[in-house]
Every structure is written in C-alpha cells, then in structure tokens.
Design a binder for this molecule. Structure first.
Ligand code: ATP
Ligand code: MG
Length: 390
C-alpha cells in the first residue's frame, strides 16, 4: 500500500468557504480515481490518498493534473524502530539531493509516545544520521529548501513535499466559461488558466472545412483533451464556419476580414454560451501580439456582445505563454503544422486600429444572422478529457 499526502493550495485561504472548496476538491479527485481502487482520507485539513503499488503511476499522474493542491508527497511507510525510521530519512534525503536540494531540516511529530525518542530527539538524531550519510546536504533551521517530515503514528511515515502541485482552485467552484479554442498555442493555455481559477471550461472551435483539414480539427480535439485533464473534462462544440468566412470574403473590404471574422466568432460563441447557460467567454488574446489584438480591434470584436470576455493572457508575453504550454503539455500539439482558418483568410495588410462604428456598419452588411443560427444548429459535440472508468 502506498500513501500520498496532499497539501492544499489557495483554498486554505477561503475561511468560511473552505469546507465547500474541500468538498469540491474531494469530488474531483474521487472522479479521477474512479476504478483505481485508491482511497481518499481526510483528517485535520489534510488529504491522503492510498493505493496499491501497481497503481502508483496512474495516481501520480492524476495528482500531477489536479488543480487546487500546492504539492503532494509519496510517503515512506516503515516500522517503528529507530533504524527503519532513520533509514527512510536517509533515503528521502538522498532523493532530495539528487533533485538539487542543498539545505534541509527535519520536523517530527509523535502520537505514539512509546517510540524511544521524543520529537526533539528524532529531529536531532535523524538530522545527524542524514548529515553523516548525505554530504551534499546541510541543515538550515530558519530557511531550508526542503523539510523532511517524520510522523510516528500506528506506523512511521516519512515524507517531504517534493512534488509541486498545479495550485489554483478546485474546478467547479467558479461556474462555467466557454473557451474559444483554436489550434494555436495561446487559447489552450487560456483555458487552463481559467480552470485554475475554479472554472469548468467548455470550448468552441470554428472549423472551415475544406479550407482547414480534418487534421486541424483533430488537433483541436486533442488540445481540448489535454486541457480537460486539468478542467475535469471539456465539452467541445465544433462549429462549421466556412459559409460565414466565404460571406465575409465576398462582401467585406479585404483589410477588414480578420476583425469581422473575430466579431462573428464572438457573436456565435455568445449565442451558444447563452443557450447553454454559460456565463462568460474566454479567449487566448494577448495585447498587441498580432494585428487583431490591439485595444481598438478588441473593442470591435466585443462590441456586439454583452457577456464578459475573460482574457487571462492579455498581459503575458509569448515566452511566458510558451513556458506554460510546455509545462501543461499542450505545446507539442499546438505547434503541429495544420493551418487554422484565420491564417488562410488573413489579408496581407489587416486593419490595425479598427473604428467600432465602421466595423459595425460593415458587419451589418454581411447579414450573418441566419448563417450563425444554422452553424450553431449543426454544431457537433465532443467530450474531451473527462474522467474515465479504469
Ligand atoms: P491562438 O494561439 O490561441 O490561436 P493567436 O495568437 O493565434 O491565438 P488569434 O488567431 O488572433 O490569436 O486568435 C485570438 C483568439 O481568438 C484565440 O486565442 C482564440 O481564443 C480565438 N480563436 C481564433 N481562431 C479560432 C477558431 N478557429 N476557433 C475558435 N476560436 C478561435
Ligand atoms: Mg490562432
């Protein structure tokens, strides 16, 4: 039997709501663990997960994707002799040293008073045993890089919080948002970030077959699957946008096509969101990253809708966004070469600072209403990254 100890993240700051947040975290974790026969125990604000050894990889993968915990540790469970406890401390210390840790201290707690050392004695003697065996490590009581914890209960438990968690808040504590998900680098990161504020994320992808290929569609499904691993599943709506794109190309001045297409996407996404009782939209926009993302053009793209548009990447630079994409595992899929529809239709000299009233005049001439209605009616739904039964 292996035991994991979880450290709760920001939700510990929630005061009176803490219990509710803990309940959601527990529900999410239980849904992910379904079929592994792993068990969750909670006591004194702590979460423990116990599982059979052959399920360790599965469980660790689940903990790595769980929003709402700041860290987790695999505990070493031993018998209650001094030799066994010290041996486990040394093994833990070696593993810390291998991960670049240089300073440590030992914390000890003893509920079983029959153990021959008291907690002060454990700290002192186990610390010395580590110092004698692991030359890379030094004690730093004030500000150690790692703490090795020893708990003597019905058995002895030794752990250090060696793995960082995803942090954030448990998904399901902040309502539902509709992510405009393209095959690019940015929007999957945006979805992940809002999931990390507790939001359930559904997604909409505007597909322009045959201008964009089935591979491009599959790429978005795959990205939704990865975001879904964090957000407890993404319901992805795939909406055919070819007729709208063709209409825009026929009726609008070339320089305006990108802004008008974005306006149409926003309007369509909002209608879908309202049908599904979703309360906000989410995009991967980052200020000035591309021509359509100036303040003026953003004003145009949101001028026809009333739902709030959350743009978690708005102040991030591309390097930071890529770093997050690499860490959460979307980057490799995002950089696959399949073009998205906007690239194929984008004009050589797009409008950089669109005027809102001019944009709306042009937009009304497109008469998109029925086309949008029809596109939503024909939307296909895919469930991506939901908890599975094992
Ligand atoms: P991304 O990397 O997310 O594609 P981007 O830097 O390419 O972003 P744009 O192409 O200007 O930026 O798109 C801005 C935002 O509009 C995207 O982050 C996404 O939220 C949304 N978007 C763009 N194209 C689509 C599409 N085909 N389907 C759904 N949403 C889209
Ligand atoms: Mg894009």
């Amino acid at each position: 039997m292996t035991i994991y100890l979880l450290r709760l993240g920001e939700l510990t700051l929630k005061g009176g709501n803490r219990r509710e947040f803990e309940e959601v975290l527990k529900r999410n974790l239980a849904a992910r663990l379904r079929g592994t026969r792993a068990k969750i125990n909670t006591s004194a604000g702590r979460f423990y997960v116990s599982c059979d050894e052959d399920k360790e990889n599965t469980v660790e993968n689940i903990l790595d994707h769980l929003l709402g915990i700041s860290g987790w540790a695999k505990t070493r469970k031993t018998g209650k002799t001094i030799d066994e406890v010290f041996h486990a401390c040394i093994e833990e210390a070696k593993s810390l040293a291998r991960n670049g840790i240089r300073t440590f201290k030992i914390e000890a707690r003893r509920t079983d008073k029959s153990f021959p050392l008291d907690s002060y004695g454990i700290r002192r003697d186990a610390g010395e045993a580590v110092l004698n065996t692991v030359p890379e490590l030094k004690v730093d009581v004030q500000n150690p890089q790692a703490v090795i914890n020893v708990e003597i209960r019905e058995r002895a438990y030794i752990y250090s919080m060696s793995k960082k968690g995803q942090r954030g808040l448990p998904v399901g504590t902040a309502g539902r948002g509709l992510l405009l998900l393209s095959g690019g680098i940015d929007s999957p990161v945006a979805g992940y970030m809002m999931a990390g504020r507790g939001m359930h994320v559904d997604a909409v992808y505007f597909h322009a077959y045959p201008y964009t290929s089935d591979e491009a569609r599959q790429k978005v499904v795959d990205l939704a699957g990865i975001v879904g691993l964090y957000s407890m599943g993404v319901r992805l709506y795939v909406i055919g946008f070819t007729k709208l794109q063709v209409r825009i190309k026929e009726r609008a001045p070339q320089a305006w096509t990108t802004v008008l297409l974005r306006m149409a996407m926003m309007e369509c996404a909002e209608r879908l969101a309202k049908m599904k009782k979703i309360k906000c939209l989410i995009t991967g926009e980052s200020l000035s990253q591309v021509a359509s993302q100036t303040v003026e053009n953003i004003s145009c793209t949101q001028s026809r809708i009333t739902l709030p548009v959350l743009r978690p990447l708005i102040g991030m630079d591309k390097d930071e966004i890529i770093k997050t994409a690499l860490r959460i595992g979307t980057y490799q899929t995002s950089i696959l070469p399949y073009e998205d529809c906007c690239v194929l239709f984008s004009p050589p000299h797009p409008i950089i600072r669109g005027d809102v009233s001019e944009a709306n005049e042009l937009y009304e001439k497109l008469e998109l209403d029925e086309l949008i209605q029809e596109a939503i009616h024909e939307a296909e739904v895919e469930k991506c990254g939901f908890p599975e039964n094992r």
